[in-house]
Ligand binder design. Structure first.
Ligand code: ATP
Length: 274
C-alpha cells in the first residue's frame, strides 16, 4: 500500500518539469476496448501519450493498466484469447492497420518488463541482437558503437565495459534491468513501454532506474505502469488513473496528485483502496 502524505507528494512532484512541456501527441488511443475471450478488460479508453514526456498508468490491481500498455505495441497479439477494438495511432498512423509490420512496430515502440529478462547470452550480445536483426549496422565497428552508446545511455557502460563478453545474467538485478533498457534503446525506438520496471529492484537500483527514466525522456516518449504512487509522482509528467477497465481521469501528474477531479483517484492515491 502506498500512502503519501501531502508534503511527500508535493516534494515528489516539484521540480520535475524542465521548461515548457512538448505537447505533441505521439500515440493516441481512441475507444480502445480489449476482450479476453468473453471477458471485457478495457472499456472505451481514450488516452493521448505526449512526446518526450513520461506518462504513468496507475490504478488498483486488475484495472487494465498492463492490458492498455500492451495495446501500444500490439503485445496483446501474442495472447490467443485477446481481441482489441478501437483505434491506436503512432504519429497519426493506425498501428492495427493490416499493412503494419509488427516487428518494425515493436522496434519503434519498445518494451521493458517487470522482471529483468536478459537473454542467456553475453552483455554485448544482449544489446547487439536487435540492431543485427534489424540491419542497423553495416559492420562490426558500427555494431560496437551502437552497443557502447546504448549501454552509455542506459547508464551501464562504465560498470560493464571490462566484461562485455560475460553473461548478462551474471549482473545484479538493477544492472540487468538497465541492460534490458539498453537492449530496448539499441534499436532506436521512439516510445519505450515499461511495465513495473522497478518492482523486482531494491531501493537503490530503483532510484538509479528512475533517474535514468528522467534522462531518457529527453530522447524518447515513455509510458510506465507502476504500483508506486511515489514513483508515478517522481518520474511522470502525466498520469492516467484506471479503475475496473475504465480510464477514470488523466492529466498533469502534479494536478492528479494534489487536486484530482475524481474521488476514486483521490482515494487510490491516498491509499484508501487498491
Ligand atoms: N492473458 C489474459 N487472459 C485472460 N484475462 C486476462 C489476461 N491478462 C489480463 N487479464 C484480465 O484482464 C484484467 C486486467 O488485467 P491487467 O493485467 O491489464 O491489469 P493491471 O491493472 O495491469 O493489474 P496488475 O496491477 O495486477 O498488474 C484482469 O481482470 C485480468 O485478470
Amino acid at each position: 500500500m502506498n500512502i503519501m502524505t501531502e508534503t511527500a507528494l508535493e516534494s515528489a512532484v516539484s521540480d520535475k518539469m524542465n521548461g515548457t512541456p512538448n505537447e505533441t501527441i505521439k500515440m493516441r488511443g481512441q475507444k480502445v476496448c480489449v476482450f479476453y475471450g468473453e471477458k471485457q478488460a478495457l472499456f472505451d479508453v481514450n488516452l493521448d501519450v505526449r512526446e518526450n514526456q513520461v506518462t504513468a498508468l496507475i490504478g488498483p490491481s486488475g484495472c487494465g493498466k498492463s492490458t492498455f500498455l500492451r495495446c501500444l505495441n500490439r503485445m496483446n497479439d501474442t495472447i490467443d484469447a485477446a481481441r482489441v477494438a478501437g483505434e491506436i495511432t503512432l504519429d497519426g498512423e493506425d498501428i492495427y492497420d493490416p499493412r503494419i509490420d509488427v516487428v518494425e512496430l515493436r522496434a519503434r515502440v519498445g518494451m521493458v518488463f517487470q522482471k529483468p529478462n536478459p537473454f542467456p547470452k553475453s552483455i554485448y550480445e544482449n544489446v547487439a541482437y536487435g540492431p543485427r536483426i534489424h540491419g542497423l549496422a553495416r559492420n562490426k565497428p558500427e555494431l560496437d558503437a551502437i552497443v557502447e552508446s546504448s549501454l552509455q545511455r542506459a547508464g551501464l557502460f562504465n560498470e560493464v565495459k571490462d566484461r562485455l563478453h560475460e553473461p548478462g545474467t551474471g549482473l545484479s538485478g538493477g544492472q540487468q534491468q538497465r541492460l534490458c533498457i539498453a537492449r530496448a534503446i539499441a534499436v532506436s525506438p521512439e516510445v519505450i513501454l515499461m511495465d513495473e520496471p522497478c518492482s523486482a529492484l531494491d531501493p537503490i537500483a530503483t532510484a538509479r532506474v528512475e533517474e535514468l527514466i528522467d534522462e531518457l525522456r529527453q530522447n524518447y516518449t515513455i509510458v510506465i505502469v507502476t504500483h508506486s504512487m511515489q514513483q508515478a509522482a517522481r518520474v511522470s509528467q502525466r498520469t492516467a488513473m484506471f479503475h475496473l477497465g475504465y480510464l477514470v481521469e488523466e492529466g498533469e501528474t502534479d494536478k492528479m496528485f494534489t487536486n484530482p477531479d475524481d474521488k476514486r483517484t483521490q482515494d487510490y492515491i491516498t491509499g484508501r483502496f487498491g
